[in-house]
Design a binder for this molecule. Sequence first.
Ligand code: ARG
Ligand code: ZN
Length: 474
Amino acid sequence: MRPSRRQAVRPATVLRREALIVTVPVALAALLAAAGPASAIGSGAPGAGDPYFPLAGNGGYHVDHYDLTLRYDPDSRHLDGTAVLTAHATQLLTRFDLDFKGLKVTGLTVDHTAADFRRDGQELVVTPGRPLFPGEEFRVTVAYNGTPKPVTDPDGSLDGWIPTDDGAFVAGEPQGAMTWFPANNHPKDKSSYDITVTVPKGRTAVSNGVLVGQRTAQGHTTFHWRQREPMAAYLATATVGKFEVEQYTTHNGIRVYNAVDPREASDAESVLKKLPSVLEWESKLFGPYPFRNAGSIVDRAPDVGYALETQSRPLYDSAPDLSTLVHENAHQWFGDSVSLTSWKDIWLNEGFATYAEWLYEEQHGGDTAQETFDELYDRPASDDLWEFPPGDPGSGENIFGTPVYERGAMALHALRTAVGDRTFFRILRAWATEHRGGHGTTRQFVHLAEQESRKNLDSVFTTWLYSAGKPNTP
Ligand code: ARG
Ligand code: ZN
């Protein structure tokens, strides 16, 4: 039962690690066999340990790259897909899970060998033909099809592959990625992506990163997108519709791709024109824009009711106003480049993006952030704003609630008041820079703020992030 040596050419580091691993005593393999399928030995956990979404993500491996090949027919709403995941094991794996909900799986291989699988709610449980060893790279190929259906989030909103009258609005926060591809569906796990989508000629499929190819044949157009910078699964999109497309490069060398539903075009025009100046303004405040590509997807999706900061190219359910454009693009730094490790820390995304709106106002002739803060602070203790503390929303139902956005921004403003402007903006930039392309936690942010300011900020953060009810003093 020694694991067979793999054929594929892989980096030397992987081969070296594997060389050590293949010497694991035969006794271990015997033990695993004797333990039987019910044993937890070698099973990757069904979740990444998130307190709000216990089944989101999975244990035991990390996905390095997703290669998704999709074909969507907006009329029949049928999706055909093949997902190739290049991953590596972080523990011994006799079995591991993917998150995948709804669509039918028609074939599954691990390293080109058929693997056993079964469905259990959102878990696609895979048993490869042989154990995978810690550090070993492996490739999972899943063929699937069917009519994708969005999930309903704990807050009641739709999330995932959401059909529209001319295609689909594809957004995944926090859970919906699993409605259209098998994933390690938690922001803890970031990967690069190739997303190739074939749609009937006349429709456009827009995804993340750069459009590396587009060709039309036999009445269909194939769009091949590539997101090189690491991305959380919830930020992936493959939005389909009839779109007007505009492409240009900003004078800072960022390639912009805008796709706009023609019915939203006249409302969107003046705001979309501001994208380069918004990105430039944000880069001055937060540090260099974290991606090579940017843009906007402006759809008409009346069932959705929110916009999403899909990586490198935010997605809007209708023509956005300027604050929404500022908000979703601020997320490129806060949320996309610097990702959550737990949904509980959601204020690190929403509080920051909301505070970016306040700052934009302040620096463009509108209310100062202090005025915005004061106006919110004036709300009575019974207001929704004080319903729960933003650092501890309590459940997945609350992660997009007012306290997360508005009181989260108030927490940043309180920090600014405590440390002064120079230090505050240095903290924001240091946060985006030091965690660029990776992750951050509230604890790390507090630590950074204390380090940069050389102040004990306990009372600021305790009051604004963690205390129940309306704080006694602003
Ligand atoms: N992150 C999005 C924003 O910045 C909100 C996503 C809401 N998603 C949801 N399923 N309720 O506004
Ligand atoms: Zn947001």
